[in-house]
Write a protein that binds this ligand. Structure first.
Ligand code: GDP
Length: 357
């Protein structure tokens, strides 16, 4: 799938750059262009993709902290200028735009929904969000911000593909220690999904194409991606079991939002050497996912790659009933109420009255 990436905020910029680098390294060339937008000058200086600093009048390049309302306001004032910079990023061949952001902060959290809204007005192609959810141990303000941002993105975007910061991090690593490793995993997995949607004509019998990714994502407003890989045997027949067991791993332990197995629609991609991928294995994996997700709409196909491994991607769409997403929304709501109470206390303390002691 020919995609354009717009990274908003710190995480958005870093992940977009990691995706572009991985796409080029692997030789997929699915990503047409990547662009970063931020209110903090120093965050943009660390990137080597094209970028734009917004909100200079209001925040003078210093960022918006964790104030996502300010992030949204500032982005609204400058969103037309941002659109004017996208000429080389979105082109006539682009099939979808991904707006990438960490949902717990300020600029990405508030700004990404504004950018998605404006892109939807201008372009006919699907506009997706790639949203990073804060890990469980991140502070209340991150949870509260991410809840409001997600609610808005779900309304504005054709689909919001979620990655929980706790999902693809190794146990023992803190979220901040793990940023680079998490970003690398996000980059590998999502670039593989985009590349799989390219469809290479004449190779393989059941190659996935971009309309299958788009149609899968159509069936709900939140989505998640599962991944697992294993060594492939030289003999295709032996790989039927490898494919089915790796598919189980992708869905049961490799999801970008853990504990997400029910879906409105799904796409299973089996990537590897086409001589080693038996048709029957792909079909068995597809029908297992059909049973497990209780969805009637499960597509399956392969993606020919020159590799000794077999990699499985499971894209699930319509995942709002996921236990993990429900738990996150609950946490965000509680955190939001706490933040409000704190603000009221603060206002009260600022009153003219003197305390007793
Ligand atoms: P912004 O610049 O105001 O949009 O704020 P950030 O992008 O720093 O967003 C904060 C949220 O994103 C928090 O939940 C962080 O844990 C997360 N985050 C920040 N940087 C990264 C990163 O490089 N990778 C990942 N995966 N998450 C990040």
């Amino acid at each position: 799938m020919k995609a354009a990436l717009i990274g908003v905020g710190q995480a958005g910029g870093k992940v977009s750059q990691a995706l572009l680098e991985e796409d080029r390294r692997a030789g997929y060339d699915s990503i047409r262009g990547a662009f970063a937008v931020n209110t903090a000058k120093t965050d943009l200086e660390g990137l080597d993709i094209d970028s734009m600093l917004v909100g200079q009048e209001r925040v003078k390049g210093h960022g918006v902290g964790a104030d996502n309302e300010l992030g949204a306001e500032v982005m609204k004032s400058d969103v037309r200028e941002v659109m004017g910079e996208l000429d080389g990023v979105v082109d006539p061949k682009t099939e979808a735009i991904f707006v990438v952001a960490g949902l717990g902060g300020g600029t990405g959290s508030g700004g990404a929904p504004v950018i998605v809204n404006e892109l939807q007005r201008i372009y006919e192609i699907p506009v997706y969000a790639l949203g990073i959810l804060p890990g469980r141990d991140e502070g209340g303000i991150y949870q509260a911000n991410a809840g409001r941002s997600l609610k808005t993105l779900v309304r504005e975007a054709d689909s919001t593909l979620l990655v929980d910061n706790d999902a693809w991090r190794k146990t023992g690593e803190s979220v901040t220690e793990a940023y680079d490793a998490i970003n690398e995993r996000i980059a590998r997995r999502i670039s593989l999904l985009l590349a799989a949607g390219e469809g290479i004509e004449g190779v393989g019998e059941s190659v996935v194409d971009s309309s299958e990714v788009i149609n899968t994502l159509k069936s709900g407003n939140m989505s998640a991606l599962g991944f697992a890989s294993a060594d492939a045997a030289a003999d295709a027949g032996e790989n039927i079991n490898v494919i089915t067991s790796t598919t189980r791993k992708a869905l049961l332990t490799g999801m970008s939002v853990p504990e997400t197995t029910e879906a409105g629609a799904a796409l299973v991609v089996v990537a590897g050497d086409s001589d080693r991928i038996p048709r029957k294995g792909v079909e068995k994996a597809r029908s297992w996912v059909e049973d497990e997700t209780r969805s009637m709409q499960v597509r399956g196909g392969d993606f020919p790659l020159d590799s000794d491994n077999v990699a499985i991607l499971v894209l699930l769409s319509g995942v709002a009933r996921s236990d993990r997403i429900e738990a996150f929304m609950e946490r965000a709501k509680e955190a939001s109420e706490e933040v409000e109470t704190e603000q009221q206390t603060e206002n009260f303390q600022n009153d003219e009255l003197d305390g007793l002691f």
